[in-house]
Write a protein that binds this ligand. Structure first.
Ligand code: AMP
Ligand code: MG
Length: 501
């Protein structure tokens, strides 16, 4: 094995001393790789042949800290279900370091489940096989669907037992992210009134994620605007694939605009805007339909931390002007979100641009139809593509009343027809629609089945087959067929997800 399989360049450790605690991962008894992401390794400029074996297992379980890594636990705070926790931080994770990928992008490598840290509070610092493999499945599915997301490089079994409601096999996840800066990272220093540190953090975030803002006069307002725009695009993309994050606390909102922390997340089956799956979300704060307004609320928490920087000086006037400017950004969020949502919906409807003012209503009425008829969200869209191709049968079969979509389909055909008229256009349209409306998503019952086989029986077969399926979400081959099937409605009605703690 070469000196180090990684070329680390650790700006967080170097440029932000005092923002994290240098710490070492725990040693575990029996590391072995359950998953290694060869494609992602190549993207990161790593040698998969070196890492996909015992050496990788030792590194990804935390037993061997590779040369150049500077493991540290990051400090952060967060609003959890609306209440502020001034100190959370990496209680079971360690940033190993940063690498520059093949496209020149800086990426964090983080271990999750690598033992107790000064931020662990009463937790054991550990993670279980099931929830870590869930991060693999959902992250890879989101990536294949074209959504910005953290991704799993590896999952190593530890040979330890971790104790939750019951005894479970332990594992460590290696997660790759554009960065692990969170809204909660800003809140940590802001709550302590450490304005200089908030400024240092903001300058670091700008250099890393919005380098074109470096040195501009209104860069802190600019940062807020960029984060808000990235979140608007992200959450719109979630809504358009039926994704429910489940725990949108500010410590789980990434400045980079990537989806982070796949805990109690789930995909919609029958379209229901009120859907909540998380066992701890009693009030439905993070229900499907609440994701956009909650994001706006979370962005307002970020704005609060940046006010002194936006103001620039400590005067009443400067602060009230800054408040006005930041409020302007937060107030613009619904429009950015709505624009991104509609752009995505137009593509899903097979409409190529134009901005027909009736499109918003067309999309909304489609969703209302899906809701009234309890139609599976994913299949509803997918079968609409078939209807574009001339075969409306499979679409109708999803509806309780097969005639229910008739009037809407007629409207849609008229609207789409305004974009061109040759018969071949409808074939093209169907093809385009099949590239944005997935056939395969990680269905909740399939995910549970795969995780149970891996965790309870050490059988990785269902996990691997499901992973292969969700990595090709737009293919509808015979091998994929079983993964298209929704769960029985009774199963979905009682489906509950749990935090990965
Ligand atoms: P999460 O729900 O994964 O976003 O975590 C919220 C907070 O709880 C973070 O500060 C985590 O580091 C911490 N945490 C979660 N699980 C554990 C655990 N098993 N041991 C220690 N800290 C944990
Ligand atoms: Mg978290």
């Amino acid at each position: 094995m070469p000196a180090s399989p990684f070329q680390f360049d650790n700006t967080y450790a170097r440029d932000l001393p005092g923002f994290a605690v240098p710490w070492q991962p725990a040693t575990v008894p029996a590391p072995s790789l359950l998953f290694f992401n060869r494609d992602l390794a190549l993207e990161l400029g790593l040698d998969p042949d070196v890492l996909d074996g015992p050496d990788g297992a030792a590194i990804f379980a935390g037993n061997r800290v590779p040369e150049g890594a500077e493991p540290l636990a990051q400090a952060y705070a967060g609003h959890q279900f609306g209440g502020f926790s001034p100190q959370l931080g990496d209680g079971r994770a360690l940033l190993l370091g940063e690498v520059i990928d093949r496209l020149g992008r800086r990426r964090d490598l983080m271990l999750k489940g690598s033992g107790r840290t000064p931020f662990s509070r009463r937790g054991d610092g550990k993670a279980a096989v099931g929830p870590m493999l869930r991060e693999v499945l959902i992250g890879e599915a989101m990536h294949a669907l074209g959504l910005p997301t953290t991704r799993a490089l590896a999952v190593a079994a530890t040979g330890e037992t971790v104790y939750r409601e019951r005894a479970l096999p332990g594992a460590v996840l290696t997660r790759v992210a554009a960065s692990h800066l969170r809204v909660g990272t800003f809140e940590f220093f802001s709550a302590r009134r450490e304005t200089d540190r908030v400024r240092q953090l903001a300058d670091y975030a700008i250099a890393r994620h919005d380098p074109d803002l470096v040195g501009t006069d209104d860069r802190y307002l600019g940062l807020l605007r960029r984060v808000a725009q990235r979140q608007a695009a992200l959450v719109a993309a979630w809504m358009n694939v039926g994704f429910i994050h489940g725990v949108m606390n500010t410590d789980n909102v990434a400045i980079s605009g990537e989806t982070i922390d796949y805990g109690p997340c789930a995909f919609l089956e029958a379209y229901d805007p009120d859907a909540v799956f998380s066992s701890i979300d009693h009030g439905g704060r993070y229900a499907y339909r609440n994701q956009p307004p909650v994001t706006r609320w979370n962005l307002a928490r970020l704005a609060g931390t940046l006010l002194p920087l936006i103001a620039g000086e400590d005067s009443q006037d400067a602060m009230s002007e800054a408040t006005g400017q930041a409020t302007g950004v937060i107030d613009a969020f619904p429009e950015w979100y709505g624009g991104a949502l509609l752009t995505g919906q137009r593509a899903k409807l097979g409409l190529q641009g134009g901005d027909d003012p009736s499109d918003r209503a067309l999309a909304q009425d489609w969703l209302t139809l899906l809701q009234d008829q309890r139609v599976d969200f994913t299949l509803g869209w997918r079968r609409l593509a078939d209807a574009a191709d001339g075969d409306g049968g499979p679409l109708r079969a999803l509806f309780t009343d097969p005639q229910a979509p008739d009037a809407w389909l007629a409207r849609w055909r008229v609207r789409a027809g305004r974009e061109g008229n040759a018969a071949v256009d409808w074939k093209d349209r169907a093809e385009r629609m099949r590239r944005v409306n997935p056939a395969v998503i990680p269905r909740n019952h399939r995910v549970e089945e795969a995780l149970a086989a891996a965790s309870d029986h050490g059988d990785l077969g269902p996990f691997r087959r499901l992973l292969a399926a969700v990595q090709r979400p737009y293919d509808e081959t015979p091998e994929q067929a079983a993964y298209l099937e929704p769960a029985r409605a009774e199963v979905t009605a009682c489906y509950r997800t749990f935090c990965g703690t």
